[in-house]
Design a protein around this ligand. Structure first.
Ligand code: KG4
Ligand code: ZN
Length: 331
């Protein structure tokens, strides 16, 4: 059994996978969303304190599995430093106490494995990673080598939803609530320009769109319930079409046979529907993670850990460090 630990942001989560058949034996997540909601974003100091309370509670539940564990996989990059430290400290302690090797997992690689949770991975695919911290298009070859095809120059896709939600006092995180409000929006009530439209650069930018929304909100003053829904709809449309616009350019150049979408924001149904259309046009199979495992979770970390376990890629507890800023190593 491989234990996975995830604590890179505001979710404390543990999972146990059977390395042989990839079956999930245990999975649980304690989210801190409600605790951070009133601040409109994650407060690092609070996140650290809550991880310190939640992780031991989860550990208590996996005690019956202690004797079957073969390794501990833990997210050590990227993320909030004080959050990463919480999970990494638990992993180091278990390593010493139970004499287990540690497997260091990059959180973004973890998200990629959310496409292959209870099955063997099949590489040779394109991936769109959209989360609160990242927006990336990746090309992963058959051997698992990753090329970054596009990234964002400023805010990430999920972050832009969070910021727009904050402007309308909709709490944190903002992705799901904006999507919900958009359902009651009237199409065409507001229009925002799709970022970098007609610009040859194959990259993302969400800060200009966020400002368009800010200016519109300031113009309106106190927003009515309907205006909140209409703005949510118009913003979601522009943000998602921006993602699709640049993907169209990438799809023309790279003939993907499979394309996956991962990360917390990959739960967005409007984004998924538009991506499905694009994939259909190119006869490309679209892969998604189960909705429950789009956002941060330890199952994807344990799953990524299995791959490294099979290659005996371990890190000694004395050597294991956190890298809060490291995204994906160019391989
Ligand atoms: O992957 P994740 O759980 O955490 C990070 O690694 O950042 O992603 C969380 C992000 C948040 O910004 C949240 O607002 C966004 O994903 N998100 C969404 C939706 N659900 C979550 N964004 C757009 N539409 C959604 N339905
Ligand atoms: Zn994430």
């Amino acid at each position: 059994m491989i234990l996975g630990i995830e604590s890179s942001c505001d979710d404390s989560s543990l999972a146990i996978i059977d390395e042989k058949n990839l079956e999930c034996k245990f999975y649980k997540k304690i989210t801190q969303e409600e605790d951070h909601a009133k601040f409109g974003g994650v407060v690092p100091e609070l996140a650290a304190r809550l991880h310190t309370a939640a992780l031991p509670k989860l550990l208590e539940e996996i005690k019956p599995y202690f004797n079957s564990l073969k390794a501990v996989a833990v997210t050590n990059e990227p993320g909030l430093s004080v959050s990463l430290i919480s999970g990494v400290s638990v992993a180091k302690t278990l390593s010493v106490a139970l004499n287990l090797p540690i497997i260091a997992i990059n959180h973004l690689i973890g998200h990629i494995y959310s496409l292959f949770l209870e099955r063997e991975a099949e590489f040779g695919l394109g991936v769109l990673l959209v989360s609160g911290g990242h927006t990336m298009v990746l090309d992963i070859d058959e051997s698992g080598k990753i090329e970054i095809l596009a990234t964002t120059g400023d805010d990430s896709f999920g972050e832009s939803f969070d910021k727009v939600a904050k402007m309308m006092n909709l709490g944190y995180p903002g992705g799901a609530v904006i999507e919900q409000k958009a359902l009651n929006g009237v199409s065409g009530a507001f229009e925002f320009t799709v970022p970098l439209k007609g610009d040859k650069r194959v990259e993302y930018s969400f800060s200009g769109l966020k400002n368009q929304v800010r200016v519109q909100i300031e113009k309106l003053g106190n927003l009515s319930k309907q205006e909140i829904c209409d703005i949510s709809l118009a913003f979601q449309k522009a943000a998602c079409l921006h993602i699709i616009d640049k993907l169209k350019v990438i799809f023309k150049q790279k003939r993907f046979t499979k394309f996956g979408v991962v990360g917390g924001a990959s739960a967005n149904k409007f984004l998924r529907a538009n991506l499905q259309k694009l994939c259909d046009n190119y006869n490309c199979q679209m892969l998604v993670a189960p909705l429950e495992f789009c956002s941060d979770n330890a199952l994807m970390i344990a799953r990524a850990g299995v791959e490294k376990y099979r290659k005996s890629e371990f890190t000694h507890y004395k050597e294991l460090k956190i890298n809060p800023k490291l995204h994906i190593k160019k391989t």
